[in-house]
Write a protein that binds this ligand. Structure first.
Ligand SMILES: [Zn+2]
Length: 466
């Protein structure tokens, strides 16, 4: 079995990249390029996804978008950005790490929801449809996050966003993704409505916008892409402030439990993407807090001694036995310590305790069973990974582990089909078709697996001529 270094696990937990085709499920894009080369580096993490969904859920409901199946996608990029594409809200890890309170992110999400509800992206979509190349689209969507080969590369966390925005795509971004001022005003008003309806303050949104308006980049990047796409003239912020003060919730703070989860998320992103120094800087602000201790345990796991990391994590579990992500971290540490059976127990606790029912955790549990390798464990691996994939259908890495499990069981047909699915959800359609055809030769015609293989064989890239 292939081993992964710890840093890459953060992104390697499941799909590493949303491919051009996955994006175009929401955006109809005229001429697609090579899906392989243009991907937005996606971070998959059960804890962060659950938190951001918790932020977004009431807002989307207030916006009348509660049942429209809007997904939150985390982009591994240190710049501050959030944007909407189709049914997906993309938010950069840089934005999550910069925001000091949940309210700051909730405000940004409320504003983005305002753009969706206002249909503002329809105009953008028309413009995107006219865009000449997928490269432009990927460039403007990711705003520097377009890392060639991100689907196969583990440099993603460090390298993402490192000076990839060239002059041409900068122009494209300004031209294509920029909202009009009237749309900004509408989105601001809508955001205020949603925040009031959910009993939350607009202070976070204003704080974020003010920092942009003062022309200071939030992330240290030259210009944060959010600033480019959302024009922020002084009077816009002033108007927003006046209206926000009228709300009875203006001075309402985030619930303490939510703030704690937020702090834990910030430290986690810092540890995994910025390294020890940045994480320590964050932790020093609040030494001894649960977030600081969580960050310390993770940093010790990544950069220090595994036994010490396990001790620190055990202490966290003792303090908050129902926190699924502490058990998940225990599992990670035990996997790295080559103790897959103990890791499986830890991951099983994480799965059981996870209120968000993430697909990522069962897949991790499956990996632990896979590493155990006994016939009984392999059966459990297949069951858990399939459970994860039922919850998280586009998890490309999950299919690769599923293929391994089937392969070790000697089930070549299902291994080939899982491999085909893995390639399919990575956007490697040619490889997907090759494995789907191989699987079909061994599958019973008309069986569910055979039909799925046929779907992959029949798949045509959107916008492809012929
Ligand atoms: Zn806007």
């Amino acid at each position: 079995m292939q081993s992964q270094n710890s840093l890459s696990r953060f992104i390697a937990r499941s799909a590493r990249a949303v491919t051009a085709a996955a994006l175009s499920a929401g955006l109809t894009i005229g001429a697609a390029g090579n899906a392989h080369a243009q991907s937005v580096p996606i971070v998959r993490d059960a804890e962060i996804e659950a938190l951001v969904r918790d932020y977004a859920r009431p807002i989307l409901k207030a916006a009348g978008l509660g049942n429209s199946g809007i997904n939150i996608v985390l982009v591994n990029d240190p710049a501050f950005n959030a944007f909407v594409a189709g049914r997906r809200i993309f938010i950069n890890t840089g934005a999550l790490m910069t925001a000091e309170t949940p309210n700051e992110i909730i405000g940004v999400l409320a504003h983005e929801a305002g753009h969706i509800a206002g249909g503002h992206q329809e105009r953008l979509r028309d413009q995107l449809a006219r865009a000449q190349t997928m490269a432009i689209v990927a460039g403007l969507l990711g705003a520097g996050a377009m890392v060639a080969g991100a689907a196969t590369d583990t440099r993603g966390l460090g390298a993402a966003g490192a000076g990839i925005v060239a002059g041409g795509s900068e122009m494209a971004r300004r031209g294509l993704l920029g909202y009009q001022r009237s749309e900004e005003t509408t989105a601001d008003r809508s955001a205020l409505t949603y925040l009031n309806a959910t009993g939350q303050s607009a202070q976070g949104m204003i704080k974020t916008f003010q920092r942009f308006q003062s022309a200071l980049s939030l992330s240290g990047a030259k210009v944060d892409p959010y600033q480019v796409s959302h024009p922020m003239p002084r009077e816009r912020i002033a108007n927003l402030e006046t209206l926000a003060h009228e709300s009875p919730y203006f001075n309402k703070a985030d619930p303490e439990a939510l703030q704690q989860r937020h702090d834990m998320m910030r430290v986690k992103i810092a540890v995994y993407t910025q390294g020890q120094a940045e994480a320590s800087r964050l932790m020093r602000k609040n030494p001894g807090s649960p977030a600081a201790r969580y960050g310390d345990a993770q940093a010790t796991y990544l950069f220090g001694d595994l036994r010490s990391a396990l001790g620190k994590t055990d202490a966290l579990v003792k303090a908050q036995p129902k926190n699924p992500y502490f058990h998940e971290l225990r599992g990670d540490i035990l996997m790295k310590s080559n103790k897959p059976a103990a890791a499986a127990e830890a991951y099983a606790s994480a799965v059981r305790l996870d209120p968000a029912k993430s697909g990522i955790l069962p897949i991790q549990l499956g990996q632990a069973y896979l590493a155990m390798g006994t016939p009984d464990a392999l059966k459990k691996a297949v069951a858990e990974i399939r459970k994860g994939l039922d919850r998280d259908r586009e998890n490309a890495a999950g299919y690769r582990y599923l293929a391994q499990a089937y392969g070790m069981q000697g089930d070549v047909a299902d291994a080939d089909l899982a491999t085909a699915d893995g390639h399919y959800y990575s956007g490697a359609y040619q490889d997907a078709k090759i494995f789907a055809m191989r699987a079909q030769q061994k599958l019973k015609p008309g069986s569910p697996g055979w039909v799925r293989a046929q779907d992959i064989i029949n798949y045509k890239k959107p916008g492809k001529k012929k």
